[in-house]
Write a protein that binds this ligand. Sequence first.
Ligand code: SF4
Length: 343
Amino acid sequence: MLATRSARTFAHGQAILARVAEQGIEIVELTGDRLNLGFSDDPRRAYAEAKSTLALVVAPPSKRRLQPIAPSADWRIDLAEGCPAHCSYCYLAGSLKGPPITRVYANLEEILGAVPEYLGQGRITSRSTARRAEGTTFEASCYTDPLALEPLTGSLSAAITWFGRWNADAQLRFTSKFADVEPLLGLQHNGRTRMRASINPRAYARFEGGTAPVRDRLAALRKMALAGYPVGLTVAPIIAAEGWEQAYGELLAEAGEALAEVPALDLTVELITHRYNSGSKAVLDSWYPSSALDMTDANRVTKRTKFGAEKQVYDATTMRALRRFFEKRIAQTLPSARVLYWT
Ligand code: SF4
């Protein structure tokens, strides 16, 4: 792990360094705050080097000015940036700039300290009649998978405890393709954190290198629900490859079994179809040149966002078939679930 000079001055930064040292990971203490990342000229090696680089840094003030994050939450809150896994559709390809290293933030108290001024200010879930009961929502999985980094940082536990103590109509949210939830089970969360498991059929496991098996993610979600957390499923990205009906039918059935007989289960579902733009496709093609993930024009149309950006989404016929299927199957296999959105 690389640790910048300023990051080492924060109490949470020190706590991260202590955890990392305990696990026998080498720490390189930088004399300044710049990360001089001299990666290989070979793109494959540079990718591998970046993915295995972890840096302890200070989140700049711009990161502490929260941004809305539709359709998930009122606000985005970043505890880290980057992820060590290797998903060939990773949404970070469209949002991270430069080599995909993982930066974890030492100034967690400053990041959380900025949160109260956003209470009641949300325009996404807070303005939705169906979702207003969630309070002002803060999404922690936009730029990272916070559970993946938890053994090294403890940042997610600290944030859950912070929201648990904050006696306000607010909720922290995170989604994960990882399963090690043991450290979270005994926290005083007070129902103010919703964990969602990000799931896809086993047949697509080859697109999710380095993540936990889906059955372990579902077992972890069950443990969280039994510990009193509100929970959810993020089915993402939904991929309309051959055999998708059977694959997603089995996945939803498996989720139904995993969550059976949980008392007072508070379960939501978020449905996100596969999409990309020319920028993220170019990055993903360079990171995963031999991936079998379909990013051709078949079944695709170009959609323009209200900000003028273009993205490739499934065509209307495919979208309708997918949506009908999911609505029907979720009603059958997860009858208590509330579907938050389809996109
Ligand atoms: Fe990207 Fe999520 Fe996969 Fe990490 S787990 S590589 S953040 S898609």
